[in-house]
Design a binder for this molecule. Structure first.
Ligand SMILES: [Zn+2]
Length: 448
């Protein structure tokens, strides 16, 4: 397919070339083949008038738990902090099955697509009674909507009986986990450029995974050359847990077991000393900042302003602690929350937009083909129509308007040359059916 995006009012490339006004962009197949002021004399399958549009690279979400869209806004944990929230929700989540994972992955992907996400990661860490096929179902659900996907094979190996937080029925043995790691990497991981699917490994957190599994996972990631991901330094409770169990605070524990490593990206990183930040920076660790979840659970404010210059990205986090999967809102919350702690000039709109685009691509090590709009890069792009009520009178900085004026959703979302949102609507044909099924499953899970 050949697309001409004609006369784009404002094009933010996030490349060294900067921003352009009144320019055109051509997509052929899955790539960008032209950016410039002339309109190429070619035959196009689709011509889209962008004279009222802002265009930018698609958003890259680096932390999520898609299945949690089944348990948003659960009344019982509406006002709980992380550990209490988890202990209550594990009891509901232990009943997830193939259908619930497929449907919730499709719903969460659709929601993200409307807010401009073109690539997402995910961490699925619950495999009740060794239901390993949940990972395969999640991949099918995301593919149905058409996002580029970098799932992580999550794991939990330390249940209550071993001093961890989760109940016995949702954790797995180390042998089972290691053999599943190998299976899913062999079956799904595509290291080639323009890959739509890559797999990383993700032991869930210091309080649900044994030290030996953390180390064995690192060894396997090195052998298979895949990335590593986990939650870290999210709450004060986690500090206490790590000090008691390992005699070290979270970042020091990671350092000791070899996890301060350029292969790793951490979600949250809220409770950090200046020394912790320097250790993370020195080891080129990636950051997934999840401000909505941190506010929702009262976890705290991550020191992102102090971490500038590192590979920083945004994560909406699981839908049970957000309780949306809206990347526009995540960027806005990142901007505003840093200003609460560090003042009005802590972060600029352009900086948070960079976290949401190129930053995400850098964290997932995919910036050789996504994250900027340049000739030869994958056609992962989004547009916002500026002729809308929320932007009226706010066009002095069209890119900044997306976060400052609180854009509601994208008008076009293209992934790898394929349109997944067109004129503000998803291109899948079963959206209503998915919503109905999701609500039915959610109700059943909550009933227990
Ligand atoms: Zn999370």
């Amino acid at each position: 397919m050949k697309y001409l995006f004609k006369k784009i009012a404002y094009l933010a490339t996030f490349s060294e070339k900067g921003d352009f006004e009144n320019t055109s962009l051509v997509v052929e197949g899955n790539r960008i083949t032209y950016i410039g002021h002339e309109i190429p004399n070619k035959k196009f399958d689709h011509v889209i008038d962008c004279s009222n549009m802002v265009m930018l690279p698609g958003f890259v979400n680096t932390h999520h738990h898609l299945y949690q869209s089944l348990t948003r806004n659960v009344r019982k944990v509406q006002n709980s902090k992380l550990f209490d929230w988890l202990v209550n929700l594990y009891e509901i989540w232990k009943n997830i099955d193939n259908e619930s994972v497929y449907v919730s992955a499709a719903i969460a992907s659709a929601e993200m697509a409307l807010s401009g996400v073109t690539t997402t990661s995910d961490m699925l860490y619950l495999y009740p009674n060794n239901r390993n096929s949940l990972f395969d179902e999640e991949i099918k659900g995301v593919a149905h909507v058409g996002l580029r996907f970098h799932p992580t094979r999550g794991s939990m190996s330390m249940s209550k009986k071993d001093g961890g937080l989760p109940p016995d029925s949702v954790v797995q043995s180390e042998d089972e986990i290691l053999s599943e790691y190998e299976r899913v990497i062999g079956k799904y991981h595509d290291s080639s450029k323009y890959a739509m699917l890559r797999v990383a490994l993700a032991p869930c957190s210091p309080f649900s995974v044994t030290k030996s599994l953390m180390i064995k996972t690192l060894e396997m990631a090195e052998k298979e050359n895949v990335l590593l991901h986990t939650h870290l330094a999210e709450t004060k409770d986690e500090d206490g847990f790590c000090l008691e169990k390992f005699g070290l605070k979270p970042v020091d524990y990671m350092e000791k077991i070899g996890w301060l490593n350029p292969r790793v990206w951490f979600a949250h990183l809220v409770h950090l000393s200046n020394k912790d930040i320097e250790k993370l920076r020195a080891n080129d660790v990636g950051v997934s900042h999840c401000p909505s979840s941190n506010m929702r659970l009262g976890s705290g404010i991550a020191p992102i302003t102090k971490m500038k210059g590192m590979r920083i990205s945004l994560g909406v986090d699981g839908s049970a602690s957000n309780d949306t999967g809206n990347m526009i809102l995540e960027a806005r919350n990142a901007l505003l929350l840093q200003r609460v702690k560090y003042g009005a000039d802590a972060l600029t709109p352009k900086e948070v937009m960079k976290f949401a685009t190129l930053g995400g691509a850098q964290v997932l090590r995919m910036d050789d083909y996504i994250g900027t709009l340049e000739i030869g890069k994958a056609a992962d792009l989004i547009t916002f129509d500026m002729n809308k009520i929320e932007f009226a009178g706010g066009l002095d900085d069209p890119l900044g308007a997306i976060v400052m004026c609180d854009a509601k959703k994208v008008d076009f979302n293209m992934v790898n040359g394929k349109m997944i949102v067109e004129n503000g609507r998803l291109t899948i044909d079963d959206e209503k059916e998915l919503i109905k099924t999701q609500n039915k499953i959610s109700k059943k899970l909550l009933r227990g």
